[in-house]
Design a protein around this ligand. Structure first.
Ligand SMILES: Cc1cnc(Nc2cc(F)c(C3CCN(C)CC3)c(F)c2)nc1Nc1ccc(F)c(N2CCCS2(=O)=O)c1
Length: 308
């Protein structure tokens, strides 16, 4: 089998945009439906002998004008990210027939963190949860260094590459913070569930690295709840607020609860040090929350306590 050198369509050109030919992209299965498209498992098999690589292909579903622009921006964004803790971009595929562009990414065989936790909950110890937390934190530190605000950090958007490696995925809502500002203000509220949002994001639509830190605290809670659906942030907030409350006022109820210092209860068997990290991420005033680099130290410190 050739070393794949001649297989690369543009082996001479610096591969800033690796082009995948649609005719070699073999559909295998649907992996999931994202917030604006679907993700398929395909094999890129130019030699037609099943020796090609498995890839995850994200296709823009609807052809609404706005989402095409968003999708182009997502392609632009993800192709500029190079970090071990962020799902890798491989290239694009222009599908001639359907006038749409597909995003080709590395395929992570273990799937979403939520599915992984449901399946392997029994043999995931605290140290592994802290390892995953520190990898997500490193990915967020990298995004911050690029002035990106993720805006949708949640366990549902974390993928599992192996038993010891998780990566951040799904950059549909990510924004760049302008150089002269500390936050990004969106014009209209998105459809992302408010249960992962910092109070200033809910009430003022303000998103910053510090609102991503709040969401990171929620992800920590999900991790130490083993992504148990019965104890997920949305379920716990609705139990507190009352399931009779409808969605727009749900946000107001939640912000008032947070103002009164209510927070998600510590997950059962959660080490006190980890619960204290969550509480620091959930400081009401964004400037009182830790940065991702200091979060890294706090997590490493907790890891030391867990050394058997
Ligand atoms: C880029 C990428 C790389 N590798 C993978 N591996 C992967 C492997 C898997 F076995 C599964 C599952 C595991 C469970 N059984 C039942 C079905 C397949 C799986 F879901 C994913 N998935 C990627 N993306 C992706 C896929 C699917 C998605 F729903 C979302 N999204 C999540 C929120 C917005 S999203 O649409 O972006 C991203």
């Amino acid at each position: 089998k050739s070393d794949g050198f001649w297989r690369r369509p543009n082996m001479f050109k610096k591969q800033q945009q690796d082009v995948f030919e649609e005719r070699y992209l073999r559909f295998i299965s649907i992996l999931g439906k994202g917030n604006f498209g679907s993700v398929e498992l395909c094999r890129y098999d130019p030699w037609g002998d099943n020796t090609g690589d498995l890839v995850a292909v994200k296709e823009l579903q609807s052809n609404k004008q706005a989402t095409v622009a968003d999708f182009q921006r997502e392609i632009q964004t993800i192709s500029s990210l190079h970090c071990d803790y962020i799902v890798k971009y491989k290239g694009i595929c222009y599908s001639t027939g359907r006038l749409s562009t597909k995003l080709v990414m590395e395929y992570l065989p273990y799937g979403s963190l939520i599915g992984y936790m449901e399946k392997h909950r029994q043999n995931v110890c605290t140290r592994r949860l802290l390892l995953f937390a520190s990898q997500i934190c490193k990915g967020m530190e990298y995004l911050q260094s690029m002035r990106y605000v993720h805006r949708d950090l949640a366990a549902r958007n974390i993928l599992v590459a192996s038993d010891t490696l998780v990566k951040i995925a799904d950059f549909g809502l990510m924004k760049i913070i302008p150089v002269d500002k500390e936050y990004y203000r969106v014009t209209q509220p998105g459809e992302s569930p408010v249960f992962w949002y910092a109070p200033e994001s809910i009430s003022e639509l303000k998103f910053s690295h510090k609102s991503d830190v709040w969401s990171f605290g929620i992800v920590l809670h999900e991790l130490f709840s083993y992504c148990d659906i019965s104890r997920n942030p949305k379920r716990l907030c609705i139990q507190k607020i009352g399931s009779y409350v409808q969605s727009p006022s749900m946000a107001i109820h939640l912000v008032n609860l947070l103002k009164d210092n209510w927070r998600l209860p510590a997950p059962s068997q959660c080490p006190p040090k980890v619960h204290s990290i969550m509480m620091q991420c959930w400081e009401f005033n964004s400037e009182d929350r830790p940065s991702f680099s200091s979060l890294q130290d706090l997590i490493e410190n907790s890891l030391l306590d867990e050394r058997e």
